[in-house]
Design a protein around this ligand. Structure first.
Ligand SMILES: Cc1cc2nc3c(=O)[nH]c(=O)nc-3n(C[C@H](O)[C@H](O)[C@H](O)COP(=O)(O)OP(=O)(O)OC[C@H]3O[C@@H](n4cnc5c(N)ncnc54)[C@H](O)[C@@H]3O)c2cc1C
Length: 268
């Protein structure tokens, strides 16, 4: 009989050399729900946190994957589940994962993760999940395009490249309302200063004056053409709201980027 998989257990064992290194272990067990301990909560923006968790059991993860989190919510018969990408590197310790969570006003899960947890609490998680992954085997140059919390899995790829001491060109185009609301803005500024292989271009949609951004509008075709221009990407990763992701896919194709080299993750 063919093995069956839970529909959201899409994690795959791509165990070639560097994938194994990224995952931290070549073996792959079926993901199960487990209790993770909240180690720390780091404020990333006024409405966003990093939720640092220690997993009871870890088989490693690949940069770009996500975990499902489930919580009991008042007036709901059972736990409510949502997906959150890992923003940290699997190296050096894949049993500690940083989930990046932005509060969606009126949402069932994100306001609780952002506002109600403290260190020492436990939350139920399952993963890793997803094929939106990058490791050394995929090569470069790499173009990363993210809007809002869509930058979270892209940050995992960047942090993995730093932790693995790689020298593969990476260009990040990230859209936020302004500097303060840009996920990881401090870390990105530090890393871009330190590593010449990393280029970070911010666009701020609600701050027309801040010179830390190279653009002051939503991601558009001109911006993508500029990003593709200098360094034609071998791999492109696009993550964020579905409409933005679909537009960028279309523009990349029009610019001559092979769609087979473009991976997308839609946060719907
Ligand atoms: C693969 C994947 C990875 C993701 N990674 C991340 C990540 O790294 N970080 C991150 O922050 N998010 C991520 N997301 C999004 C995340 O999973 C949640 O969708 C998000 O946090 C909102 O969940 P919520 O329960 O807070 O809101 P929901 O309860 O889903 O509500 C969303 C919105 O709909 C409104 N709404 C709900 N019900 C109704 C109704 N009946 N009538 C009218 N309006 C309603 C709410 O007010 C709210 O504004 C990811 C999504 C996917 C698919």
């Amino acid at each position: 009989m063919e093995p069956t998989f839970d529909s959201d257990d899409l994690s795959v064992d791509t165990s070639s050399g560097s994938s194994r290194k990224a995952r931290g272990d070549s073996r792959r067990k079926a993901a199960r729900w487990q209790n993770a301990e909240v180690l720390d909560i780091i404020q990333e923006a006024p409405d966003a946190i990093t939720l640092r968790l220690r997993l009871e059991e870890s088989d490693g993860f690949l940069p770009g994957q996500y975990y499902n989190v489930r919580l009991l919510v008042p007036d709901r018969p059972g736990p409510v589940q949502r997906a959150y990408s890992v923003g940290s590197s699997p190296l050096p310790d894949s049993s500690i994962i940083d989930l990046g969570v932005r509060e969606v006003p009126g949402g069932l899960v994100s306001p609780r993760l952002v506002g109600d947890l403290t260190a020492g609490d436990r939350v139920e998680v399952r993963g890793p999940v997803g094929r939106f992954t990058w490791t050394t085997d995929d090569g470069g140059p790499v173009l990363l395009v993210g809007a809002g919390s869509g930058v979270v899995p892209l940050m995992s790829m960047i942090r993995y490249a730093v932790a693995a001491n790689l020298d593969i060109p990476m260009r990040l185009v990230c859209s936020s309302s302004n500097f303060d609301y840009a996920f990881y803005h401090r870390d990105l500024a530090y890393l871009a200063e330190r590593f010449s292989w990393l280029n970070v271009a911010h666009t701020f949609t609600r701050d027309p004056l801040d010179q830390r951004a190279s653009h002051h509008r939503r991601i558009d075709q001109i911006m993508i053409a500029e990003a593709v221009g200098g360094q034609f990407p071998k791999r492109t990763y696009v993550c964020g709201p579905p409409a933005m992701v679909e537009d960028v896919q279309k523009w990349l194709t029009e610019l001559g980027v092979d769609p087979a080299t473009v991976l997308v993750e839609k946060y719907d």
